[in-house]
Write a protein that binds this ligand. Structure first.
Ligand code: ADP
Ligand code: 5GP
Length: 200
């Protein structure tokens, strides 16, 4: 079967692992190929988060309605809130040959792989250690102690699932991580488009 030209890039990490920061840095490079998939969530906005930019912040009723309408390619309950990936931007990005980044959890990542196969690249951002992860999560100053405890408790399961990912990148130095992720993305995209092989 002929694959479609675009590429879905799923970036997952334990909370505080750095996925949002890494994606933001990559999108900053201004490559016209890059897009970001804005998820819908029932969680409340934090800090400077903007509706329609970071997430679509919606009610549980609205979320349920959209699930029933088949508006999400996948959805999951993560840390007590609902999150879903809107279908239309994904389908359009693939059809137009774009590279679209999804900041979603491991359950969502595996579901995307199941549905999209080689049209999806799964990258797991691994924190250097639990101590460093906890430090970064607290340093972000956006979550309550209860939220932080919930997020740290989920880490072992998330890391366990990373073995199903296409690539794992340890996030020591941010710029090094961004460079590695960008390289993996371009190689995969080019290999898929029938240009350079993945090992070139
Ligand atoms: P996630 O989106 O995975 O929950 P964030 O991108 O919000 O994580 O990162 C959590 C915190 O860690 C942020 O304050 C961010 O600035 C910081 N951070 C991310 N990557 C690094 C890194 N390589 N070195 C030091 N701090 C980092
Ligand atoms: P946060 O509340 O910190 O922004 O995100 C919490 C978790 O939900 C993160 O692991 C993030 O990747 C995940 N997430 C965000 N959007 C989606 C989505 O649309 N689907 C799924 N499955 N997970 C998501």
């Amino acid at each position: 079967m002929q694959n479609k030209p675009g590429l879905l890039v799923v970036i997952s990490a334990p909370s505080g692992g750095g996925k949002t920061t890494v994606i933001r840095e990559i999108l900053k490079s201004g490559d016209d190929l890059f897009q970001y998939s804005v998820s819908a969530t029932t969680r409340k906005p934090r800090g400077h988060e903007k509706d329609g930019v970071d997430y679509y912040f919606i009610s549980e009723e609205e979320f349920q309605r959209r699930v029933e309408a088949g508006d999400f390619i996948e959805w999951a309950k993560v840390h007590g809130h609902y999150y879903g990936t809107p279908r239309q931007p994904i389908d359009e990005a693939i059809a137009r040959g774009k590279i679209i980044f999804l900041d979603i959890d491991v359950q969502g990542g595996l579901e995307v792989k199941k549905q999209y196969g080689d049209d999806a690249l799964l990258i797991f951002i691994m924190p250097p250690s639990m101590e460093e992860l906890e430090k970064r999560l607290r340093g972000r100053k956006t979550d309550s102690e209860a939220e932080i405890a919930k997020r740290l408790a989920a880490v072992p399961v998330e890391i366990e699932k990373s073995r199903f990912y296409d690539a794992v990148v340890v996030n020591n130095d941010l710029q090094e991580t961004v460079k590695k992720v960008r390289e993996i993305v371009y190689k995969t995209y080019q290999a898929k488009a029938g240009g350079l092989k993945a090992h070139d």
